[in-house]
Design a protein around this ligand. Sequence first.
Ligand SMILES: [Zn+2]
Length: 476
Amino acid sequence: MAQADLLLIHARLFTMEGPGVGYVADGAVAVQGSRIAAVGTSDALQREYAQAERMDCQGDIVLPGLIDAHMHTGIALLRGTAQDMDHWMQLGIWPFRRHVTDEMAVAGSLVNIIEAMQAGTTTFGDYNSNMAQLMPHYERLGARARVAEMIHSLPPQQGSVPPGELYPLDDTVGEALLQRNIALYEDWHDAGGGRFSVMFGPQGPDLLGGELLQDVFAEARRRQAMVHMHVAQGDREILQMELRHGQRSPAYLDAMGLLGPDLLAVHLTEATDQEVQLLAKRGAAMVYCPGSIGIIDGLVPPAAEFMQQGGRAALGSDQLPGNNCANMWNEMKLAALFNKIKYRDPKVLPAWKALRMATVEGAAAIGLGDQVGSLKPGKYADMIRVDAKAPTLNPILDTAPRNIVPNLVYSLRGHEVHWMMVHGAVVMAERQLLNVDAAAAVAAAQQWAEKMASKARQAGDLDASPLTKWTEQGLL
Ligand SMILES: [Zn+2]
């Protein structure tokens, strides 16, 4: 008789194994320690694991936990301050930049993580300039984190920079952040029994000098770590690159030998067809953040083209200032929808493909393909249960035409996720995260946000912000 700590039975199981979604009707999953021991039908696994404690899923949908491959939880306190405008970074985010203390970043991050977990995210691709301070959240809440220090050379006291002007860079700032990334790696890589891992995180080819960028890659490659970096993330970046280096980002990176399978290129918003081909050919992976890029740039990045070229692509919620939510159901739906609209073709990026991007393909893109992303014996036990009785999913048709995946991707809001396991430990039950007081976290963030806004207002940094004007005009 095989041993297991827990046996989930009577689930509508989407293993995400094989080329599709790997559906198992009346499915079961056996969990032993932090890993999945077996996946099969309820009949077979109940016989094999007769002694194991059982959880009857009563027909709920069970899926691998969702992967949010690109986030900046450290700026979550700025939720809703950088949308519907041009120059969102310079005019939306930077006016607050010098007023956000580490305490504020930590308080905002916690709410961001709570929000995402409550909607089914188990793996967080968090990317911040104070990452070590945010790690205790992941440790405490029990989520999986694959993080990077955001390395840039922007002088600390710099406020907004007029759009179109070169921003000042000081590589002593970036060098210090590289040292922080190295320390983060030493402290957290492969920590938590394998729940945490660390990448290197230059913020973008436009935001640090070339020599320093090469140093960052060298440090990453020495450790066989991946590099998480915004690439061709907007016309702002391309303009900076042309002004400073006389080259667009992909050509610049390729000339330095930095395009390869160890690169997780985020956005590629401005990448041309040829540049997309080049990145896919070099084996780089990409993160597509449909909500964020739709809101801040009004664009649809070339994710479909990248995947057509054989590239590995994940989805990300990016940042709360201009996306306003961290909900992977939202990203799946927007990814499918925006590409259908872009190509005027409803067949482009179907629901099952979007679900794969948020699970098995996302895991492969961020370098965790052998650990998470599908329900497979030997992988870590990261799973969610979705309430099969939720009005948003019903009615459910189990046999052809099975409608579950389209309803998940096009209709789920996130609150239907009521149970979550990460690394073999239950971290959410009956819609409650077990290791945090969510209401207290929201209340604390609220206080910090008011302080931050009042400091920025008093310093005059918000005078040029379109949000100030719109507030006065009664539009917000
Ligand atoms: Zn980003």
